[in-house]
Design a protein around this ligand. Structure first.
Ligand SMILES: Nc1ncnc2c1ncn2[C@@H]1O[C@H](COP(=O)(O)OP(=O)(O)OP(=O)(O)O)[C@@H](O)[C@H]1O
Ligand SMILES: [Mg+2]
Length: 313
C-alpha cells in the first residue's frame, strides 16, 4: 500500500532543547505503526506537530499528499487525534462530550447522532452514555477519549499513550478497539512506552529516544538487530554494582550485559551455555541471584541493546 503519512526531517527545538531531532518515518495506508520510546523521548511533540497543534522548527509532515504546514485544514480532515491528556468535560455526560467533539469536527444532525452512537458502541459504554464523565473510572474516560477522536471516521488515527494508568480490563478493551478500527481500514499511529502493546498491535515500529529515531522496522527486523542472541535475565536482590556488570560482560560467550534496576540482562548467542558461568561470577561478586530466565529478544531487549537503558520509567 502507498504511504499515507510521511514525516520528513522533522525538528522541534524548545530553546536549547531539541525535543524532536531530524525524525523521519512513513506509514503505509492500513498499517498500525508504533512509535515506541521512554518518557521525554519526543513522542507527544512529534504527534502535536503532525496534527497541526505545534509548528515544526524544521521539516514537515505530509498526510494524504497534503503538507501540515501548508494545508493544515486538509490534513485535519483526514486525521483523528487521541491526546495523551484526557480532553473531556467532567460535568457533561459521555454523550454530551462526544456531541461537542462531533460538532468541532463539523458534524451535525443525523450524521452527528449516528457518529456518537457508533463511538459509544465502540467504547463499550453505550449503556452509560447519560452519566457524567466525573463518575467514570480512569479506564472508561480513556475509552471515551478515544471515541472522541474517531467520530468523523478519520483515515488516520494518532493515538498518544492511550492506555497509561488504567486497569488491565480497560487496557485490553482499548487494544481490541484499536485492532477493530484498523480491521475496518483505519491507519493508526500508536505511541507508547509499553513494548508489549507495540508488539501486540503494530506492523512496523520506530523506536525513538532523546528526539531521535534510533531504529525502524517490523518487530522481527528489530529483533534481528540483536542477531540470534538469547536474552538471559538474571533477577538479583538489588541493583548490581557497575564492576559486577563489567565482570559478567567479560565472560566468554557474553556479548552484552546491562543492568535494569535489579535485573541483569545478558545477551549471548547461547544463553544455556553462559548461564552457569554468569551465575558463578555473580556469586563470587557477592550478588544474590533470585531467579534466571532465558528468553528470545523482545523490543525491550532491543531498546536496551541500542541505548543501554530500560524503556520503563
Ligand atoms: N512546550 C514545551 N516547552 C519546553 N520543553 C518542552 C515542551 N514540550 C515538551 N518539552 C520537552 O521536550 C521533550 C520531549 O517531550 P515529549 O512530551 O514530546 O515527550 P514524550 O515522548 O511524549 O514523553 P512521555 O512519554 O512522558 O509523554 C521533553 O524533554 C520535554 O520536557
Ligand atoms: Mg507524551
Amino acid at each position: 500500500m502507498a504511504d499515507i503519512v510521511t514525516v520528513e526531517g522533522l525538528v522541534k527545538r524548545f530553546g536549547d532543547l531539541t525535543a524532536v531531532d531530524h525524525v523521519e518515518f512513513s506509514i503505509a495506508e492500513g498499517e498500525i505503526f508504533g512509535l515506541l520510546g521512554p518518557n521525554g523521548a519526543g513522542k507527544t511533540t512529534a504527534i502535536s506537530i503532525m496534527s497541526g497543534l505545534l509548528d515544526a522548527t524544521e521539516g514537515d509532515v505530509v498526510v494524504d499528499g497534503n503538507s501540515v504546514s501548508k494545508k493544515p485544514g486538509a490534513v485535519k480532515r483526514v486525521l483523528g487525534v487521541v491526546p495523551q491528556e484526557i480532553a473531556l468535560y467532567e460535568t457533561l455526560s459521555a454523550r454530551e462530550n462526544l456531541t461537542f467533539w462531533g460538532k468541532m469536527y463539523g458534524l451535525g444532525g443525523k450524521d452527528l447522532s449516528e457518529a456518537v452512537d457508533r463511538a459509544l458502541e465502540l467504547a463499550g459504554l453505550a449503556d452509560r452514555a447519560k452519566e457524567r464523565i466525573e463518575k467514570y473510572s480512569g479506564g472508561m474516560k480513556r475509552r471515551i477519549n478515544i471515541a472522541a477522536g474517531i467520530l468523523h471516521t478519520p483515515r488516520v488515527l494518532l493515538m498518544d499513550e492511550p492506555t497509561v494508568g488504567i486497569d488491565p480490563q480497560s487496557r485490553n478493551h482499548i487494544l481490541e478497539q484499536v485492532k477493530k478500527l484498523n480491521a475496518e481500514g483505519m491507519t493508526v499511529l500508536y505511541t507508547s512506552h509499553y513494548m508489549e502493546e507495540v508488539e501486540f498491535l503494530c506492523d512496523r515500529v520506530a523506536i525513538i529516544d532523546h528526539g531521535k529515531v534510533i531504529a525502524t522496522g517490523t518487530i522481527d527486523e528489530l529483533r534481528a538487530m540483536i542477531g540470534d542472541a538469547d536474552v538471559v535475565a538474571v533477577e538479583l536482590d538489588e541493583p548490581p554494582a557497575p564492576e559486577t556488570v563489567e565482570l559478567v560482560a567479560a565472560i566468554p560467550g557474553v556479548s552484552q550485559a546491562d543492568a535494569v534496576e535489579s535485573t541483569l540482562q545478558v545477551l549471548s548467542a547461547d544463553g544455556g551455555a553462559v548461564l552457569a558461568p554468569v551465575v558463578a561470577a555473580l556469586g563470587r561478586a557477592g550478588a544474590h541471584v533470585r531467579g534466571v530466565e532465558v528468553t528470545e529478544p523482545n523490543l525491550e531487549s532491543v531498546f536496551l541493546h541500542l541505548t543501554g537503558k530500560s524503556l520503563r520509567d
